[in-house]
Every structure is written in structure tokens, then in C-alpha cells.
Design a protein around this ligand. Structure first.
Ligand SMILES: C[S@@+](CC[C@H](N)C(=O)[O-])C[C@H]1O[C@@H](n2cnc3c(N)ncnc32)[C@H](O)[C@@H]1O
Length: 218
């Protein structure tokens, strides 16, 4: 039986710097990065910092949270290499204080958490965005379990469905919440044909009525 804690397990994975998920940002984040307004950004479960560094290089002040201190140490090295700085916080997302109406963007790329933890986590994200702020998520879905060995936790409980996420972000306007089949190439743990959910959601500007444009239900 594996007796390592999750932090020990992830720390071990990151002892080979940048081999796991690489140094390039996630494709979907790159696609929607222009939609994130100026201001502070919070990157959840950010590992070795490739997405955080990308957003810092676009001018955001970025806080990266992860339970792996080794991952975040690598993130700071990647930031230094690319001439930017990050605020890094070693914390468990189930107890982290996201704050209130603060962030211009919250980024959740492969932040796979147990189903029991997700409702509170996503409600905290919605609360913590400032008016006009953007929530960006990409995660593997349960359908991805049909593609063993190409990435993501092999456990259905850790994989959100689009239907769950459409209900999970109180007060945000969903621009899209879509399940996609796409090729992923992000280092040794994420590669090959994959099935993911991609979310782009906005907190309405102050005074605007929340309006949901969910145009892509499946
Ligand atoms: C698949 S990696 C993704 C890393 C990064 N987001 C990326 O795209 O390169 C998942 C990350 O989630 C972190 N993680 C897992 N459970 C966590 C928790 N409860 N709180 C904070 N981080 C967690 C792990 O340490 C790991 O770095």
C-alpha cells in the first residue's frame, strides 16, 4: 500500500523538473488569455508554474497555489528564467482562503479534486472574483476514462462533468462550458487524444444583471 501523503507524492513527481507537464502554458489557457482583464490572477493547483509564468509574462500579478512545495520551487525557478515574479503559496485548496471580490482571473487547469470538495471550491472561486473577473477551467471528464494512459486521474470521482460545472458557479455568466475531444501534448503525463471540459465564465460587472449565455449544452 502506498502510504505517501498527496503532498509527498506530488513532491516526488516534481523532483525531475518540468518533465511532468512541461514549461509551455496549457493550450486552452493560451486561447482565452486575452479575455482575462488586467489585474491580479490566482492559479489553482499550479504545480511547476507554466501557466502562472505565462500569465505573469502578460502583465498580470500572479499568485500560484499548490500543495507541492517542490513544484512551487520549480515554478519560482521558471519565473526567474523568464524574467517575471510569482507569489507562491503552499496550501491545500480545500482550506485555502480565496478572499472576496478580489481576483481579475482564477485559473483552474487540471485542478482535479474529489467530488465532495468541488462545490465549496467552485463557490469560493465565484465569490472571490471581482466584478468583470474571469474563471477559466480545463479538466478531464469521466468520458476520458475510455482513453487509459494518456493523462488525468484514473478515478471517476475526480473528474467533473460539464453538467456539474454548469451548476457550480453561482452568480457567474457562462460564456461556454463545453466537452471537447482534443489532442494534448504537455509532457510525460499528459499526451494523446483526450476528452476534457473547458469553462469560460465571467462575474458580471457591478450593476449588470447576470445573464447566462450557455449555448453549448451537451
Ligand atoms: C496535474 S497537476 C497540474 C499542475 C498545473 N496546473 C499544470 O497545468 O501544469 C495537479 C496539481 O494539483 C496539485 N494538487 C492536488 N491536490 C491539491 C490540493 N488539495 N490543494 C492544492 N493543490 C493540489 C498537485 O500538487 C499538482 O501540482
Amino acid at each position: 500500500m502506498d502510504t505517501r501523503t498527496p503532498a509527498e507524492l506530488w513532491n516526488e513527481r516534481y523532483t525531475e523538473p518540468f518533465a511532468s507537464y512541461g514549461t509551455e502554458p496549457n493550450d486552452y489557457l493560451r486561447e482565452v488569455a486575452d479575455r482575462i482583464p488586467a489585474g491580479p490572477v490566482l492559479c489553482l493547483a499550479e504545480g511547476e508554474g507554466r501557466n502562472a509564468v505565462y500569465l505573469a509574462s502578460r502583465g498580470h500579478s500572479v499568485t500560484a497555489v499548490d500543495l507541492s512545495e517542490v513544484g512551487l520551487a520549480n515554478a519560482r525557478k521558471l519565473a526567474a528564467r523568464q524574467g517575471v515574479t510569482l507569489d507562491t503559496v503552499v496550501a491545500d485548496l480545500t482550506t485555502y482562503d480565496f478572499g472576496d471580490t478580489h481576483w481579475a482571473g482564477i485559473i483552474s487547469i487540471w485542478a482535479h479534486m474529489p467530488s465532495a470538495a468541488r462545490p465549496a471550491l467552485h463557490a469560493a472561486c465565484a465569490r472571490a472574483l471581482r466584478p468583470g473577473g474571469v474563471f477559466v477551467l480545463e479538466a478531464y471528464t469521466p468520458r476520458h476514462l475510455d482513453r487509459p494512459g494518456v493523462g488525468g486521474p484514473p478515478v471517476a470521482d475526480a473528474l467533473p462533468t460539464p453538467a456539474e460545472l454548469r451548476r457550480a458557479l453561482p452568480g457567474l455568466r457562462l460564456e461556454h462550458c463545453r466537452e471537447v475531444d482534443r489532442e494534448i501534448n504537455e509532457g510525460k503525463y499528459h499526451h494523446g487524444p483526450s476528452t476534457t471540459v473547458q469553462v469560460l465564465a465571467f462575474k458580471p460587472p457591478a450593476g449588470a444583471a447576470g445573464q447566462d449565455s450557455r449555448d453549448d449544452r451537451r
